[in-house]
Design a binder for this molecule. Structure first.
Ligand SMILES: Cc1cc2nc3c(=O)[nH]c(=O)nc-3n(C[C@H](O)[C@H](O)[C@H](O)COP(=O)(O)OP(=O)(O)OC[C@H]3O[C@@H](n4cnc5c(N)ncnc54)[C@H](O)[C@@H]3O)c2cc1C
Length: 473
C-alpha cells in the first residue's frame, strides 16, 4: 500500500502548508511554460501563493520525441524519484520540496509502488493525479498550445520546457541568451567524490607545471592501460534513443569509440601523459587520466575527456581499474544524450531570474527544471518550486528569495548558478554539491549526518523567515 503523505521522510502535507501560509498580498499574474515537473511545481507554487497562473503545455498538439501522452508531469523513462532515505541528498531535497508545498512529491507518495530504497511510482496513475490537481486548481488555467514569445504578456514568466524544448522556443532562447549559451547535447564525463580518490597514488600537477597545479593525475603503466582498454571494449553500452542515434560531435567522441579505432588511440590522445611526471617513479607514466575540480571547494573531481556511453554499472567497474580510483565514489556517471540546457552560471542568478542583456527587462523571466542544468525529475521539480515562488513575488513586488547554500536546494542552485567549471555541465543532487563542513570529522558517516542536520536546520530557519511552515520531523 502507498505510504500516507507525511509518513515518509518527515514530509509535511501540502494542506498543512497551505493552511499555514500567511495570506498573500498584491498577487498578480504569472505565465508558466511547460507542464513537466518544473512547470507543474512552478504553477502550483505561484497559484497557491495567490497568483493567477496560465500554464502552457504544447502536448498533445505538438509532441516531444520522448513523451507519449497528453499528461502533465509525464515520466519519460525510469519511474523512480531516487532515494527515499531522509539522510540522503535526494531525501533531503524531497523534504525541502514538501515543506515548500510540492505537488509532485505528495502525489508520488500516494501513487508509490515497491521500489526498495527508492521512491518509485505507478507512472500513469501518478501523472494522471498531478494533471487533475493542476487542471482542477481554481487559479491555474492550462492552455494546450506551444508557447512562442509573441504570447508573452509582460508578466513574470517561468520557462520550464525541459531537455526537449520545442525548436522555435529554443531559437528564441538562443537569441536572447546568445547562441553560445544554449546547449543541445550533453557529453558529460563521470565525476567522483574527492575524498574517495587514493592520494597515495595520484598527484597534483598541471601539464608542464603551467599555472596552478589544478589537476589530479591517475598514472597507468602499459599493463594497467591494456587491462583498462580490454574492459572498456567489453563493457555494455546504453542504446541511444532514435532521436539521439549517431549524434557524435568531433571532440566529444565516447572513449569506447576512440579505443575501437585503435588500442593506442587513448594513450596518444585523451590520456597522453606529456608534461607529467609521477613523483613516485620520477618518470612519465604510459598513460594518465586527469581529474579536474568540479567546484571551488574541490569536493568533486570530474575525469577529463572520459565521455562515455557505457552503462552506469560498467562505468564504475571500468574506471575503478584506474590506479587511484579503486575505491572512487561516483556522484555522476558519464552521459551522452540530447539535452537542451543553458549555460546557467553566466545567465541566471540564485533566484533563477534571467539577466536580460543590455539592461532592459521586457518582462521578469525565470528558468526552471532541466533547462537550467539540473538533472532529474526531482531536481527539476525543486527548481520549479523556487521559480514559482519568485515569479509570484515578482508579480506582487516582493523581494526574491533563495535558500541558503547549506540546504539541498541551495547546494543544487550553487552548482547551477555559480559553477566554477569552464564548461558547465548538468548535475543531479549529490553529496559533492553540499558545502564542506568547517571542521569535518574524519568518519564519513558522521560527516554526512552532520551535513544533513545542517541542511535541515538552515532550511527551517530560512523557511520560517520567509513565512513558510517548516517541515515536521
Ligand atoms: C529520453 C530521456 C530519458 C530520461 N530519463 C530520465 C530518468 O530516467 N530519470 C530522470 O530523473 N530523468 C530523466 N530524464 C531527464 C528528464 O527529462 C528530466 O529529469 C525531467 O523530465 C525534466 O523536467 P522538466 O520539467 O524540466 O522538463 P519535462 O518534464 O521535459 O517538461 C517540459 C515540458 O515542456 C513542454 N514544452 C516544450 N516546449 C514547449 C513550448 N514551446 N511550449 C509549451 N510547452 C513546451 C514539453 O512538452 C514538456 O511537457 C530523461 C530525459 C530524456 C530526454
Amino acid at each position: 500500500m502507498a505510504p500516507a503523505v507525511g509518513s515518509c521522510l518527515g514530509y509535511v502535507s501540502t494542506e498543512r502548508w497551505v493552511a499555514g501560509y500567511l495570506a498573500a498580498v498584491n498577487s498578480g499574474r504569472v505565465t508558466v511554460v511547460g507542464g513537466g515537473f518544473a512547470g507543474c511545481e512552478a504553477a502550483w507554487a505561484a497559484a497557491h501563493l495567490g497568483a493567477e497562473v496560465t500554464l502552457y503545455e504544447m502536448r498533445p498538439t505538438v509532441m516531444t520525441p520522448a513523451h507519449s501522452t497528453h499528461l502533465l508531469a509525464e515520466l519519460v523513462c525510469s519511474n523512480s524519484f531516487k532515494s527515499n532515505d531522509p539522510e540522503s541528498p535526494p531525501g533531503q531535497l524531497k523534504s525541502e520540496m514538501v515543506a515548500l508545498g510540492s505537488v509532485m512529491i505528495p502525489s508520488a507518495l500516494r501513487n508509490s509502488v515497491p521500489g526498495g530504497s527508492a521512491l518509485a511510482v505507478d507512472r500513469e496513475k501518478y501523472a494522471a493525479e498531478v494533471t487533475s490537481l493542476i487542471e482542477g486548481h481554481p487559479r491555474i488555467e492550462v492552455v494546450r498550445r506551444e508557447w512562442t514569445p509573441d504570447l508573452a504578456k509582460g508578466e513574470p514568466t517561468v520557462i520550464a520546457t525541459g531537455p526537449l524544448t520545442s525548436p522555435s522556443l529554443s531559437d528564441w532562447i538562443a537569441s536572447v541568451t546568445g547562441e553560445k549559451h544554449l546547449y543541445f547535447y550533453d557529453a558529460v564525463s563521470p565525476t567522483v567524490m574527492a575524498d574517495t580518490v587514493d592520494r597515495s597514488v595520484v598527484w597534483e600537477q598541471s601539464r608542464y607545471d603551467k599555472g596552478e597545479a589544478a589537476y589530479l593525475n591517475c598514472p597507468m603503466t602499459k599493463e594497467e592501460y591494456e587491462r583498462f582498454v580490454d574492459a572498456l571494449l567489453a563493457a555494455e553500452q546504453v542504446t541511444p534513443h532514435d532521436f539521439e542515434e549517431g549524434k557524435y560531435f568531433e571532440g566529444c567522441m565516447p572513449i569506447e569509440e576512440i579505443a575501437r579505432r585503435g588500442r593506442n588511440s587513448l594513450s596518444f590522445g585523451n590520456f597522453k601523459p606529456v608534461g607529467l611526471t609521477d613523483p613516485r617513479t620520477g618518470r612519465r607514466p604510459h598513460a594518465v587520466i586527469q581529474l579536474r575540480p568540479e567546484n571551488r571547494e574541490k569536493t568533486m573531481y570530474s575525469l577529463v575527456a572520459c565521455q562515455t556511453r557505457m552503462k552506469w554499472g560498467a562505468q564504475a567497474e571500468v574506471f575503478r581499474l584506474v590506479p587511484g580510483l579503486e575505491s572512487a565514489e561516483f556522484v555522476r556517471f558519464g552521459v551522452m544524450h540530447r539535452n537542451t540546457y543553458l549555460d546557467s552560471p553566466r545567465l541566471i542568478d540564485q533566484n533563477l531570474r534571467f539577466g536580460w542583456r543590455g539592461g532592459e527587462e521586457p518582462f521578469p523571466l525565470f528558468f526552471a527544471g532541466q533547462i537550467t542544468g539540473v538533472e532529474g525529475y526531482v531536481e527539476s521539480g525543486a527548481t520549479g518550486i523556487l521559480a514559482g515562488i519568485n515569479a509570484f513575488r515578482a508579480s506582487s513586488s516582493q523581494p526574491l528569495v533563495s535558500p541558503p547554500r547549506t540546504t539541498a536546494l541551495g547546494s543544487l542552485l550553487a552548482h547551477v548558478t555559480n559553477s566554477e567549471a569552464k564548461e558547465f555541465s548538468p548535475m543531479n543532487i549529490n553529496w559533492g554539491l553540499f558545502p564542506p563542513l568547517p571542521d569535518p570529522p574524519r568518519d564519513k558517516a558522521v560527516r554526512r549526518k552532520m551535513q544533513i542536520e545542517l541542511a535541515r536546520r538552515s532550511f527551517e530557519d530560512w523557511a520560517a523567515a520567509i513565512s513558510f511552515v517548516p517541515a515536521l520531523r
